[in-house]
Design a protein around this ligand. Sequence first.
Ligand code: GDP
Ligand code: IMO
Ligand code: MG
Length: 432
Amino acid sequence: MRKADILLGLQWGDEGKGKMVDFLTPKYDIIARFQGGPNAGHTLEFEGQKYVLRSIPSGIFQGGKINLIGNGVVLDPVLFRKEAEELAQSGHQLHDCLYISKKAHLILPTHRLLDQANEAAKGKAKIGTTGKGIGPTYTDKISRNGLRVGDILDRFEEKYALAHQRHMEMIYSLNEAAVAKGGTPVSLDGLESLEQEWMQAIDYLRQFRLIDSEHFVNKALAQDQTILCEGAQGSLLDVDFGSYPFVTSSNTICAGACTGLGIAPSRIGEVYGIFKAYCTRVGSGPFPTELFDETGKKIRDIGHEYGAVTGRERRCGWIDLVALRYTIMLNGVTQLLMMKSDVLDTFPVIKACTAYRINGELTRDFPFSIDENVEPVYEELPGWQTDLTHCTKQEELPQAFINYVNFLERELNTPIKIISVGPDREATIWRE
Ligand code: GDP
Ligand code: IMO
Ligand code: MG
């Protein structure tokens, strides 16, 4: 029986997953999202066009592939409709190539309000979520109160009314608490029209192939079809192993593909771990190698490090090999994909964090918490100071860059098989 391959982010997201899933798609029959929702923003560029995908898998542009939204995903029907309609307008019809799991959970308009209310209640300790209702939707799933895509096929209005009422009670009590603390309550203005739009989007969703995707996936593997599972977010945002509580609400690591698609662990094949030549993070939470100086600003400017979903500035810093070793371990990464190498082209010196000093002690193991006590220990390498964007094959890469890649491979004990030197699909180099 075939095994499914997985591509996932090893940092705090935005590693370039969309670009690489699209690049690898020709090798696969099925591309499947297994967790997350419209908090994701996956950017693809080819033939002078740029697309940002949120809930729809990144395999839709290569033709003839099945794209699947798995049970581990949370789906906002309104945002899904917008995304699908925009794609249809640009000539990409999805009705035949997109399947959706009946077990995927629905994001309700009130989930978004609850996301806002939860953030407001946290005050300064807020997570800095994308505001898409991700946390409250997964909370309902785990507390066994969620609504699933399959629910829209039978007596849905009744189920919706119950969920709505529950959420309103929660919002009222959160608002009362906010007011008591001198904070701002969440506004309910416009909720009715949002709900109408949402119900229309549910009708739109009914036009798609809503399937028992765990059977579909396993039959496909049994019939020797190839599957690439597309991660969203990054391993350091994983709800179990990430920088908790500053994480997302799903398992973003490899195991998330098992639960988020119904694939047994023994059926996992290649695990592509994707990382940037440096590191970024959006939202709050610890980030040991963050740069607050001109260098950080330079990385942000050259790398266009602004959120694809919220437009927020991404925090930038040097690559963190302690964190990467940890996420490679958690995911069982078999090969690495290194992205945005070109962003460091003009830097005379490149730094890489190889260990942490915590209360005077050196460690190479990722600790329980990466708070302000963690001091990164850097190794400095000479920059290549060459424009990599002109390189099309391995032989054209400058020696100083190859030295950097070899250094990373030694530190991470995993081969780097692909190097990306620009946002375009074509700006990608395979290494032998
Ligand atoms: P994802 O969420 O992991 O899919 O990543 P995003 O799309 O949010 O962010 C990655 C950004 O980097 C996008 O704007 C891509 O177009 C861009 N990108 C991807 N690979 C490269 C690269 O090798 N070089 C440069 N300069 N940009 C890249
Ligand atoms: P892609 O797939 C970067 C971050 C948010 C916030 C935290 C929790 O494009 O890599 P949530 O809305 O999920 O409850 O927010 O997670 N976050 C991401 N950061 N890229 C993403 O997705 C992200 N999805 C969520 O900024 O800190
Ligand atoms: Mg992104």
